[in-house]
Design a protein around this ligand. Structure first.
Ligand code: NDP
Ligand SMILES: O=C(O)C1=N[C@H](C(=O)O)C[C@H](O)C1
Length: 269
């Protein structure tokens, strides 16, 4: 039997699903053993490489996630919250590492992921890139150093197909800022302004979202103080960096105890 961990990609026809297949096919450290789509999807039954418009990869797209997960050591999942909740239970049954890139969860959905992590390693992050995870650490540090006279705003921009706002990354950065300030984000988040909003509340962390064209993902954390401003910025220009982070997480998780982890753990930040 191969020592190279086998990976299943869910939501394989999606933007990230296809990017993950390309990165796994190019990797010596992981091998693709399954490609999952919804029941009735056009791609079901076809070779995933051919369905993506390239050469056959010897893996057929299937609509039975548990059957696929049972053959795998890791599941990489960039889909939608309700799908990820279901896949978390199946990954736990299969004892496969579950790498979760999906964003847009409610607090209740995040809490509902926890029981599965008693039986499997879950690595979840709103952004799998090294750069954003470093930005998260910097955001916490800057927020801790500056007093409440500095207003914190997180501004994100994404492509016009994105369905959730604020982005998972923006929320991750907001959490880091709140941690740095020693407050709970839930108490200070201002997630939408329109009309006669009144003046900005001191201590709030504001969010704004731009959607347009093919923007891969851009995040600014703005610290606006009296007479000066600090802007921490990350711009992604290639989805491959998210996929590579996910592959790294799938490998990292192989010898870890069941539980919930994030990219800070994977990257040792
Ligand atoms: N953490 C990170 O670093 C990153 C996270 N993301 C996140 O990953 C997710 C996917 O992004 P992206 O690839 O651009 O989106 P796409 O819409 O291109 O792909 C989503 C895929 O998931 C499938 N899917 C959606 N809902 C379900 C469901 N209920 N059951 C089964 N399959 C489902 C879709 O199938 P169908 O077409 O049939 O609906 C599709 O194949 C988003 O939440 C996004 O924010 C994206 C990039 C980086
Ligand atoms: O949907 C996307 O595209 C992205 N989603 C993630 C998010 O919500 O932050 C990560 C990245 O910015 C791209």
């Amino acid at each position: 039997m191969s020592e190279i961990p086998g990976v299943v990609v869910t939501g394989v026809s999606g933007r990230m699903g296809q990017m993950l297949v390309r990165e796994i096919a190019a990797s010596d450290a992981l091998r693709l053993v399954g490609a999952v789509e919804r029941a009735g999807h056009d791609w079901a039954g076809r070779d995933v490489g051919a369905a993506m418009g390239g050469a056959d990869l010897g893996v057929k797209v299937e609509d039975d996630p548990l059957g696929a997960f049972a053959r795998a050591q890791a599941v990489i999942d960039f889909t939608a919250p309700e799908a990820t909740l279901h896949f978390a239970e199946l990954a736990a049954q299969a004892r496969a590492v579950h790498v979760i890139g999906t964003t847009g969860f409610t607090d209740d959905q995040i809490a509902a992921l926890e029981p599965a992590s008693r039986h499997s390693v879950q690595v979840r992050a709103g952004n799998m890139s090294l750069g954003v995870n470093l930005l998260k650490a910097l955001t916490r540090q800057v927020a801790a150093a500056l007093g409440p006279d500095w207003d914190i705003e997180v501004v994100e921009a994404h492509h016009n197909r994105k369905v959730d706002a604020p982005s998972g990354t923006a929320l991750m950065l907001g959490e880091a800022a709140a941690e740095g300030r020693g407050v709970s984000l839930a108490d200070v988040a201002d997630r939408g302004r329109d009309g006669m909003t009144g003046a900005r509340r001191r201590g709030d962390i504001g969010f704004a979202a731009i959607r347009g064209g093919d923007i891969v993902g851009e995040h600014d954390v703005i610290f606006a103080g009296p007479g000066e401003r600090i802007v921490l910025r990350h711009a992604a220009s290639d989805r491959a960096l998210f996929a590579r982070g996910a592959l790294r997480a799938a490998l990292w998780g192989q010898d870890k105890a069941p539980g919930q982890y994030d990219m800070t753990d994977v990257l040792g930040l």
